[in-house]
Write a protein that binds this ligand. Sequence first.
Ligand SMILES: [Zn+2]
Ligand SMILES: [Zn+2]
Length: 491
Amino acid sequence: MVVGIPLRKERTALPRETEIVFHAGLRQIGGTVVEVRYGEARLLFDFGSAYRPAQAFAEAQFFPDGQKPSLRHLLLLRRLPTLDGVYRRQDLLLPLRIDGSGYSKDDASPSPTPFGREERSPVPYEEWSGETAVFISHFHLDHTSGLPWLHPKVPVYTSEESLRVWKALALSGLAEEGAPDDHETVVPMPEERNFRIGDIRFWVLSVDHNVPGASALFLETPDLRLVYSGDLRLHGSNPQKTARFVAEARSFRPDLLLLEGTSLPPEREEEALRRAPTFESALAKRLADVAADVRGPVLVHTYVRDAERLLLYVNLAKTLGRKALLGPKAARYLFALTGRRDFAVLRLPDGEAEEARLLPLPREIPRVDLADLVASPQEFFVHVPCTYPALPLDLAGTEGVFFHSDGMPYGPHNPAYGPWREAIEASGFRYELLHANGHAVPDHLFQIVRAIAPKRLVPVHTYNPERYAEIFPHTFLPEHRVPYGPKDIVP
Ligand SMILES: [Zn+2]
Ligand SMILES: [Zn+2]
């Protein structure tokens, strides 16, 4: 194991070698923000916030009743990195008063110095001279939630499929990261076509993950070759994508492989290290087998962005002789992304005003009122709407099954999980836990490292980076916010 010790504490104004800075995302799941800089050009990859259930509770203490934190708040809450040259000047100013809806920007004043424990406030985009671009590996919020705070002039690069996902999310009211139109330049990247900012050349290859469009990044500067995996797995519906990525990454002979390690367990959980994955195919079979014998409604609770799952549910409903029913936003997302219209959409009480702002759905997609569903629940195969997660409580006593399949709260590490599950079971639902998540199991991760054989492995997107270091002596564990040169990292 190599522990990251900075050799150069001061950043030079114009480095003639590559600088790599891990602004955020080490020892946490998500919120990876890495900067690769060469001369005046720099590429930042991924721009979200870490997934931490406790964070939401902490933020509710500061921002009750739906108040929204400002950018300055998010920086102090460590939800976004303190980063020069990417944020709008107006968002970095100090708001002076609170009105009913939250802070007002009308009376903004210059930020005081120092900024919290920092020596200074971040330099706004408007006062930054270098060239910056942001790459997004896939559209999960832990990789994208900072986008609304990015200055609109900073170009955003992402795979072609990811841009389709982003547009579909925006049309269906699901894009908490804002819309592509909020940015002046969004560059869709066809696979393997090279892009360049300054002397940084980069391209993408798709990988399998539980959202369409997920891609790994390949990056080359005059003195560094780097691969960033994004989030990936080998047990999904498209393992050949990840396998192809691994083969290409191997022949690229990277100096650095930044690899996710979501599934790596802490030291005391040895058996989790050898955990076998639940394959998507096995999940589909189990779902079909159990649902075939259910007299009441079939409910599935899955994170809405997993479009492949939504398709699986629509197809499975047909096989079971049931009507597939999606919530208003999931229905629009699936329609916008795939053009499919062979499902029904649930009309929620008081939902009309909200729906009027979303993509109109074609007439042949039937509307089902909540009252219709309550009257004959046994006819339906329902994806629990993300805008109405209380649906199982409304269907209490209907002898249904509730498949908890990769929807929030994921499990016991979230304090909401226990009481939430109790309420579903108290409603008379048979609760079936059936996760097949988007992240490779440890054994697959280790296979990937061995196959790619990078000069250095850098764990990201994991609570337990030491797990890699135990097995791979060439693992490099960097520190946050330290500029490293290739000579600091690569042997
Ligand atoms: Zn992630
Ligand atoms: Zn992800």
